[in-house]
Design a protein around this ligand. Structure first.
Ligand code: SAM
Length: 293
């Protein structure tokens, strides 16, 4: 069943008297062009397994299933069950899993649904989602921090979040989220999405991003925990100089100042001006001092 127009989507919703739950970020896609562009961004073929987060009424799910070998979709709202049974009935390569995506071990789920061919100890899979915006960052960091066997992530997110993820040093959008996502992946903004392609229309503009997962961070990081401690401290109070912000880690200011100058970094700079490499360099020198505090 093709759910590529407002009329087709409305017909299914009306038939089952579906009530949208705003708290679950339910903004369903109703535009075939946008759905196709998302699927194209994932460069799928019949060898691919895709994990989708949030099936909704299955508009993106079914479009993914046309291109990929297999689609596993996680949906939290059981009220969607009768709708999905109808809209996905023609597809034999879709597995629907009811649960909370943030609490799901993606590798274990994909491994189970593909008899071990993908996921844990198998081949890498792709993640594609029109994310529920109320949990964008936790879901994204869940997918990245657990180092699941994912090769590519295509996500619809709030435009403001896409801007922060793809920001460059020295801009207002650059921050802890930029560095966190860049640690695990190479992010790109793919295209902007107007509000009118959703039902109901969200309060914010949206954008699709592509994250190509990295095997290693873009610069050598000796201690991951120390790296994120330094990033968090540097952006904790954005208006502070690096010297003041990093002294919150419990390191003596004189010592800190010498370390920063040795690294060729002026302690009067602000965190938002530092590149990933500079953050890595600082954390590689500071980590023995941080772990002592
Ligand atoms: N993929 C559909 C589309 O593009 O039309 C629906 C996208 S809608 C923005 C987000 C979907 O995620 C909703 O169906 C919602 O019920 C579901 N959802 C919300 N929180 C979730 C969670 N924690 N785990 C899994 N699904 C969730």
């Amino acid at each position: 069943m093709k759910l590529y127009s407002p009329a087709a989507v409305r017909q299914v919703l009306d038939k089952y008297e579906f009530v949208f739950q705003k708290r679950l970020g339910q903004n369903f896609l109703i535009d075939g062009n946008i759905i196709n562009k998302i699927v194209d961004a994932a460069s799928l073929d019949s060898e691919d397994t895709v994990l989708e987060i949030g099936a909704g009424i299955g508009a993106l799910t079914s479009a993914l299933a046309v291109k990929a070998g297999k689609v596993v979709t996680i949906e939290i709202d059981k009220n969607l069950q009768p709708l999905l049974e109808e809209t996905l009935s023609a597809y034999t390569n879709i597995d629907l899993f009811w649960g909370n995506a943030v609490k799901t071990d993606f590798d274990a789920l994909i491994s189970e649904k593909t008899q071990g061919q993908f996921g844990k100890n198998g081949r890498p899979y792709k993640v594609v989602a029109n994310l529920p915006y109320y949990i964008t960052t936790p879901l994204l960091m869940h997918a990245l921090e657990n180092c699941f066997n994912i090769s590519l992530i295509i996500l619809m997110v709030q435009k403001e979040v896409a801007d922060r993820i793809a920001a460059v040093p020295g801009t207002k959008d650059y921050g802890a989220l930029t560095l966190g996502v860049n640690y695990y992946s190479n992010p790109q903004k793919v295209f902007k999405v107007p509000r009118k392609v959703f039902i109901p229309q969200p309060d914010v503009e949206s954008a699709v991003i592509r994250l190509i997962l990295r095997k290693h961070p873009p610069a050598q990081v000796i201690n991951e925990q120390a790296f994120f401690c330094v990033v968090k401290a540097a952006f904790g109070q954005r208006r502070k100089t690096l010297l003041n912000a990093l002294s919150s880690l419990g390191i003596d200011k004189n010592q800190l100042s010498i370390i920063l100058y040795d690294l060729g970094i002026n302690p009067e700079r602000r965190g938002e001006t530092l590149s990933f490499e500079e953050f890595a360099g600082i954390s590689n020198v500071l980590y023995p001092l941080i772990s002592k505090n």
